[in-house]
Design a protein around this ligand. Sequence first.
Ligand code: NAD
Length: 479
Amino acid sequence: MIYPDTLLLIDGKWSAAADGQTLNVVNPATGVVIGRVSRAGTADLERAALAAKRGYDVWRRMPAWDRARVMARAATLVRERADRIARVMTHEQGKPISESKNEVLRAAEAIDWFAEEAKRSYGQMIPPRGDGVANLVTHEPIGPVAAFTPWNFPVNQLVKKVAAALAAGCSIIAKAPEETPASPAELMRAFVDAGAPAGAIGLVFGVPAEISEYLIAHPVIRKISFTGSTVVGRHLAVLAGQRTKPITLELGGHAPVLIFDDADIERATKILAASKFRNAGQVCISPTRFIVQEKSFDRFLRGFVNAAKDLKVGDGAVEGTEMGPLANERRAPVLEALIQDAVSRGGTLRTGGKRIGNKGFFFEPTVLSEVPTDARILNEEPFGPVAIINRFADYDSAITEANRTPYGLSAYAFTGSAGTMARLGKDVECGMLTINHVGFGPPEFPFGGVKDSGYGTEGGSEGISAYQTTKLVTQIAPA
Ligand code: NAD
């Protein structure tokens, strides 16, 4: 396919960087450069910030119903263009085309859902203490937003921020991922073509640290939202804190999966193996630390290893591929080092463990078992196609292990007991827990973590509040 070069979106127009700089984009299935993305410099960022201010002044004054209509049109365009956007995404990111298509259609759903929410951003009236007094509480858009999104879900990570910010009445400048720029650009194009006013949305690429430092400090920007690693998130939180700007952080995870003896083990194995290797495990909510009750351990491990061995790994653009390459070359050595460390500490490598060949960034679906908890892989987010399967004896030790790491994003459990389900809901330290199915992701669900996984929520009605401020107006009508 012909892969498009990606420009910057500033003030409603697509343009190259002022100094003409670009970065290469590589197809992770081949390692070959397939295109270029414009690299914004300071002059471009300044233009984008000033346009975001003007765009905000227009967009926030539009009635919520009109904003919702523009958004709904964008959702329709995304659906109409889904096949093409999915092909672009697979070429730059690597995931199988069916996963890309699903991501794009989910993005259209998210836009529709937030468009409807825009109409329901109600305030409240507080009962007065005196005759003639009216106390109004309203939710106002917080102002122009700077958003930073990663490469694992190039469209989905962006749409959660853009749709919520627009629904709230904010303008937004996104720095989308340089590794996978064209599919997020197609998402933004749908908003432009749907009639979003100039400056209501902007899209830039470049050197991430330069862009975040510039935009977070810029007086126009009133809110920051970041999805990515905990280390970078902490750094951006400091930059935002120095300017008294709120930040939403959706960071890493190390999801525990608790499988009890009373669960349907075969069903759990099937569901979890599919979920683990989706997007080659490069998912912040990927099930990773499998903790299986003693009697079911061997059966679960056998089934999971077989599923990993059966996976068809290949170019995501080829029909029938079940797992594509890693999105970046830099992840393979990181994964190999984590796996070697686990084995050197006594863990057992059941299948996989290394990069496949040297063309493209393919990695074997990997299963480790009986890994000691001081191994790096049980403390650092692997962010790849690696499952670690250990055993537990009783409920309390399972909870201790589930809550052991500083992460607290998602958690999974499989059990046949309603009593255990109820206890899990209270005892697992996480932002999201799914029991007996894999149920995260729809736009109406809040999405976010606790502890080192970040703070704030994307999605759900809480997702819009992240882009609003609360204002009180208390008044007495003139006599
Ligand atoms: P990284 O820490 O280098 O980058 C993570 C993301 O942050 C990238 O999108 C990058 O462009 C951006 N980034 C980096 N420095 C930045 C800065 N100073 N300002 C603004 N943005 C910045 O890691 P990586 O190698 O790209 O990815 C690996 C790790 O990132 C994983 O281990 C995982 O923890 C995390 N990650 C998390 C998610 C998620 O969905 N939460 C997505 C992608 C990556």
